[in-house]
Write a protein that binds this ligand. Structure first.
Ligand SMILES: C[S@@+](CC[C@H](N)C(=O)[O-])C[C@H]1O[C@@H](n2cnc3c(N)ncnc32)[C@H](O)[C@@H]1O
Length: 283
């Protein structure tokens, strides 16, 4: 099989299997070898690396990962594709195709306890739930290199104070060190999506960047603060299940002004608020 990351080869495969890219499943196949090589290089894939790929499609990125020597496990929802992948990737014995929905897959059981990387050209309709699931499950992931919508890439690296800063920014920055890796225009896909894309390189942190007594409470505070974006913290923080008076005490203890909104808080300030709520609940 020649390199699949090519317009002619991709067209040929789609025709041969009578496939039509499904909009519903977010199918935009990569046809640019430079971008595919860029993803593999960004993830620093070498022989023996264990990789989880989400949505292999017709095998474009999978092929490049396999060529680089990775042991690839690829989870694909579209029932038509495993038969296609059996053909397009038949020369590789280092690829395992797993049919199913990544959001319903027990990734821990699938990948085991050894460290692995996640590399994917994500289906855009579920980018955030996939990233949150990967981060929250405490899996032995060392790096997440993913194609996302440009707008999501901007949210992942956003700093406090701007319109892009939200719960996704906090979660990604708490668990990883996210870096923007590549700009990818619509013409690199077939069919071309309506939006610009970007490859993000998120190296998973060995230690959290801020100390928190209770991580669950940290994320409850984050969700409550962003859940009602236009509310001040004095109002929004009742969302973690404490009274208005307790909110006042918590804000005092944490040294945070209650007239501020969640989108202005740093990770450290979210941690201080969470610790104050935890201390209050322990009383
Ligand atoms: C943007 S395409 C990427 C295809 C291929 N990796 C490439 O780069 O050309 C996204 C892929 O994710 C698959 N997909 C969509 N939803 C999924 C889900 N919930 N679980 C696993 N795969 C999914 C789609 O069928 C499609 O193959």
């Amino acid at each position: 099989m020649p390199r699949i990351a090519d317009r002619g080869v991709t067209n040929h495969i789609l025709k041969a299997f009578n496939l039509h890219a499904s909009k519903r499943l977010g199918q935009n196949f990569l046809i640019d070898a430079g971008v595919v090589n860029g993803i593999v290089a960004t993830a620093e894939i070498g022989p023996g690396d264990r990789v989880l790929e989400i949505g292999p499609g017709i095998g474009t990125l999978t092929q490049a990962l396999a060529e680089a020597g990775a042991d690839v496990t690829a989870v694909e929802l579209d029932k038509k594709l495993p038969a296609v992948l059996a053909e397009t990737l038949k020369e590789y014995d280092n690829v395992r195709i797993v049919p199913g929905d990544i959001l319903k897959t027990d990734i821990s059981a699938l990948m085991g306890e050894e460290p692995f990387k996640v590399v994917a050209n994500l289906p855009y309709y579920i980018t955030t739930p996939i990233i949150m699931a990967l981060l929250e499950q405490k899996l032995p992931i060392t790096r997440i290199v993913t194609m996302v919508q440009k707008e999501v890439a901007e949210r992942m690296i956003a700093e406090p104070g701007g319109k892009d800063y939200g719960a996704l920014s906090v979660a990604v920055q708490y668990y990883t060190q996210p870096e923007f890796a590549l700009n990818v225009p619509p013409r690199c896909f077939m069919p071309a999506p309506a939006v610009e894309s970007a490859v993000m390189d998120c190296v998973v942190r060995k230690e959290a960047p801020v100390d928190v007594k209770d991580e669950k409470m940290f994320f409850r505070v984050v969700k409550a603060s962003f859940g009602q974006r236009r509310k001040t913290l004095s109002n929004a923080l009742t969302g973690v299940g404490i009274s208005k008076d307790d909110v006042k005490n918590v804000l005092n203890t944490a040294g945070v002004d209650g007239t501020r909104r969640g989108e202005t808080l740093t990770l450290r300030e979210f941690a201080a608020l969470a610790d104050a709520v935890t201390a209050l609940n322990e009383k």
